[in-house]
Design a protein around this ligand. Sequence first.
Ligand code: NAG
Ligand code: NAG
Ligand code: NAG
Ligand code: NAG
Ligand code: NAG
Length: 557
Amino acid sequence: MNTLLTFSIPLLFSSLVWSGYLEYDQDVLISGDWTTVGRVDPGQELALTFALKQQNVDLLEETLRLVSDPDSPQYGKHLTLEEVASLVRPSELTQKTVNHWLQCHGITNCLTVSTQDFLQCTMTAEVAETLLPGSKFHRYKRGGQSLVRSSAPYSVHDDVHPHLDFVGGLHRLPPEEQDLSKASSKGKRAGFHLGVTPAVLRARYNLTAADVGRAQNNSQAFLEQYYSPADLAEFMSIYGRGFQHLSQVDRVVGTQGGGKAGIEASLDIEYIMSTGANISTWVFTNPGRHESQEPFLQWMVLLSNMTDLPWVHTISYGDDEDSLSAAYMMRINTEFMKAGVRGISMLFASGDSGAGCRQLGKEQNSFRPSFPASSPYVTTVGGTSFKNPFKVTYEVTDYISGGGFSNVFKMPDYQVSAVDAYLKTVKAALPPQSYFNTSGRAYPDMAALSDNYWVVMNRVPIPWVSGTSASTPVVGGMLSLINDQRLLKGLPTLGFLNPRLYKLKGQALFDVTEGCHLGCVDEQAQGKGFCAAQSWDPVTGWGTPNYPELLAVLLAE
Ligand SMILES: *[C@@H]1O[C@H](CO)[C@@H](O)[C@H](O)[C@H]1NC(C)=O
Ligand SMILES: *[C@@H]1O[C@H](CO)[C@@H](O)[C@H](O)[C@H]1NC(C)=O
Ligand SMILES: *[C@@H]1O[C@H](CO)[C@@H](O)[C@H](O)[C@H]1NC(C)=O
Ligand SMILES: *[C@@H]1O[C@H](CO)[C@@H](O)[C@H](O)[C@H]1NC(C)=O
Ligand SMILES: CC(=O)N[C@H]1CO[C@H](CO)[C@@H](O)[C@@H]1O
């Protein structure tokens, strides 16, 4: 990214050349443990995703505000996919220009979506490199995984530049397998700890045996590479006593990859089906079939092509904001708006690195926000621990809980007063001002337990599993239960929750007021990010759900 910036700055003055790059600020370094195994064969087939410029994005944003604000007469008047399509569909000119450009390069093998704002085309690497000057496709490997990405930034012809947001399949990588076990850093006392199980969660959040799904057409979903049906069944046979639940996934969208289920997938499914008990559950699994596809993007594209979708989606994917192009984040944010206006709730894990830390220069650091957690149009979930790890007690901050302020998205209206109040109350105890950007979208929005879960993997119960990828499905399942009750009453689903959540001002949630999360380990910040406080805070949001009260307040029209 640095090398790219140093050479693009002079080009600022030459808009002609500058305009060729759609994602001049995208990190193109293939980092981590990926190793290159060389250039791909020119005849290698690639699948690239073209994000066409949409129309009426402002109107879409305004519509989302109206259908999500409980004080608006339009609250809950969600749009169908067809209605979303007629709003955002790219102009004739955009469609013609892009199609013409592709056809001129002999690219005819393209699929579109209902909203016509994405095109997925297959072509050879040789054609792709001519179409997108600058791109150089290599194959990379990590463990058993293999993918194709470009080692250099791509550009597009000036004629199509105004008609595209970005091209997918060149740069972004699937997230690294997270280390969800932090037992060593906390000191394992095997045999003595309580450990989080469905029974513990249901006790803490006051879910009774009667709090299970009943509605006919309710469903929930998550996105993972693969999951193990046998582990889910085993988990439910061990931990599923005392409440009606399902032990099987109803629908798998995409093709499950080979190999073993990761701990992440086991966690997601086992816990969304424990709080969102007896609710039909779908898995969107690694829909990328080509080595050149970005799985997260693939899932987003799919949502624009399916009329019939689960009402709640929980996702643990996240990347550093500073590694992604603004164009990509803006467009994905619009995709979240498209889901929100349809009445779909998107829940993202806030991340497991606290405030994060980014080295800006010698002895100069700042916090490191993560996307999509930082999107104003998703509900972001942080993490907590029990005050006393041996009992169901009140909750305190889990020090890993991701949180902070976006450097990309400005603070949405719905949270301004909550965040202002926090900044004023804790003023003296805030980290140094240069570490964060108080004009940005602040997250998380709420939280749940994220520490010491029991998970069944490869048929064996494993303790000490931790992370916000545990708390997110737990909250997701509870929102699904509330949707269920709303559907039974003939009410619309909750959809994009934040405007309504912030209006509750913490009502029906257990406020988390103790503890701080991780930040930069340097002299100024001293390892500390933000600290929890009364009402909203950028560590645990408004707090954790007290289910019966939350149900009562969210069941009102
Ligand atoms: C979207 O759905 C239509 C109709 O089912 C299908 O023809 C098309 O190929 C799909 N698009 C993508 C990108 O998969
Ligand atoms: C819910 O749980 C809390 C703490 O576990 C408890 O104090 C409260 O009485 C419970 N019931 C309701 C309806 O809030
Ligand atoms: C579970 O859900 C089904 C509908 O999907 C419903 O018929 C059944 O009564 C539910 N079970 C309980 C215990 O409510
Ligand atoms: C702070 O956030 C705003 C968006 O709210 C952004 O425009 C600005 O560039 C950010 N500043 C820094 C230093 O990143
Ligand atoms: C989202 C969802 O669960 N949709 C289901 C609604 O009911 C019809 C008919 O039973 C199913 O086909 C859908 O999958």
